[in-house]
Design a protein around this ligand. Structure first.
Ligand code: IMP
Length: 429
């Protein structure tokens, strides 16, 4: 993806999340100087397998696994400090040195324990099937202009005053919701005091760092979390997360101008999954769904919940291509389909008896659509050892060609297994 004219690349999920962005970021980070997370929080779960070790990173950019890469947490992220430091400690235990390689935006908002209590107690969160990480309540506070930011830790007395008001407010809400638990001001105060000396040395103006890096000719990877159909504006509202997961969010959330974004890589599975509630038009029927889930290991990286599984949906990916301005596609988990005899691909929808090829704005309407399927012949052969397109069985190549034509975006990468080396680079890079 990186070349003479392409110094800044955004990697986004082009379905409902869990597309395998962690692996792509890991592969691309080898050629990057900086990796930046720009939205979401500890609701993300980026899984990277190196040798026999599996790393699940929720809050720290997956680029950290490459020595020499500097990782930044942008202003658009809601930072869960306990998860963040827990991950830093785990990386240290596994011998990964992060000193001088991780910085956090001073403008990022903090996710505090009271946000998690509110998420857990909210009927709305239950209905949406959130990850329960306090993400929605933290973004609500941000946009309600009552958030606590990293920079507030610089003046702990002011932060404590903010905290008193926020904790009282949270407790009033918890009471209204009929929840048994209450947030403790004392515990929150102690948390901020403990955090400040560890977090403040990492706090900086992330946008400025990225800006300077680009000027110096460095390569920057902007790592998205969740997927485009979970975007608060463009997703299947209200069954969405609370941030802009699409490429526009990368500029805002990293603190740079949109003209600094040179390329956008959309990551898609060769099929589709969704975790949490909301419409999923191509959800497979039994026993195919269980088969996809078992073969693909489709269980949530954060919550362990079984993911709902179905077939590739070209309407979703074409829509994601448009709202993200995708310049390339990475198709992951092709190997999961290796044993299927026939593989359906959704080429459009029927909505209330009429053909509909665009994404409806209402989740209700998307819940009513009937997918129009093409059925592709399976290749019934292992693909995990392929390192070039030419190594793939002809039926697998035809399948990829069809996904490319339907998505209207060139396929640049194909992932054929969980390991770092199980990837086909189609061209450039
Ligand atoms: P929240 O982000 O925890 O508020 O959850 C809102 C919706 O987004 C729920 O349906 C979650 O299951 C979904 N979601 C959040 N993060 C991820 C992710 O990393 N992968 C897939 N789904 C996610």
């Amino acid at each position: 993806m990186f070349d003479a004219g392409t110094a800044t690349v955004v990697v986004v999920g082009a379905q409902w999340g869990d597309e395998g962005k962690g692996k792509l970021v890991d592969v691309l980070a080898e050629r990057a100087d900086l990796v930046v997370r720009y939205q979401g929080g500890a609701n993300a779960g980026h899984t990277v397998v190196i040798g026999d070790t599996q790393f699940v990173l929720r809050q720290i950019p997956s680029g950290i696994l490459h020595a020499g890469v500097v990782c930044l947490v942008g202003n658009g992220v809601v930072l869960d400090p306990e998860t963040f430091f827990g991950e830093l400690d785990q990386l240290a235990e596994r011998g990964i040195d992060t000193a001088g390689r991780i910085f956090v935006s001073e403008r990022a908002h903090l996710v505090l324990p009271y946000h998690k209590l509110l998420d857990a107690a909210s009927d709305k969160s239950q209905k949406l099937g959130t990850t329960g990480r306090g993400i929605g309540p933290a973004y609500e506070d941000k946009y309600g202009r009552r958030g606590i930011r990293v920079t507030d830790l610089r003046r702990l007395d002011c932060a404590r005053a903010l905290l008193t008001e926020r904790v009282e407010r949270a407790n009033r809400l918890l009471e209204m919701m009929g929840a048994g638990e209450r947030a403790s001001l004392e515990q929150h105060g102690a948390l901020l005091e403990r955090l400040a000396p560890r977090l403040l040395p990492l706090a900086t103006d992330v946008g400025l760092l990225v800006h300077r890096a680009v000027r110096e000719g460095k390569r920057v990877l902007l790592e998205g979390a969740q997927g485009s159909l979970l975007d608060v504006d463009h997703g299947t509202y209200p069954y969405v997360t609370s941030s802009n997961t699409t490429a526009g969010g990368a500029a805002v959330g990293a603190g740079i101008g949109p003209t600094l974004v040179h390329a956008v890589l959309g990551v898609v599975k060769a099929y589709t999954t969704r975790v949490g509630n909301g419409p999923l038009p191509t959800e497979a029927e039994s026993p195919d769904e269980e088969r996809l889930r078992q073969l693909g290991g489709e269980f949530g990286a954060v919550t362990g919940r079984p993911r709902r599984c179905g077939w590739f949906d070209a309407t979703v990916v074409r829509y994601a291509a448009r709202v993200n301005g995708l310049t390339g596609l990475a198709v992951t988990k092709l190997d999961v389909l290796d044993s299927f005899d026939r593989i359906p691909v959704c080429v459009g929808y029927e909505l209330d008896g009429e053909r509909c090829d665009q994404m409806p704005a209402e989740a209700d309407a998307l819940g009513r659509v009937r997918p129009v399927y093409e059925r592709h012949e399976g290749w019934r052969a292992p693909t995990g050892a392929a390192r070039r397109l030419a190594d793939l069985p002809p039926a697998a190549r035809r399948y990829l060609d069809r996904l490319e034509a339907l998505s209207e975006v060139p396929v640049r990468y194909v992932s054929v297994g969980t390991r770092r080396d199980q990837i086909i680079e189609v061209s450039g890079g």
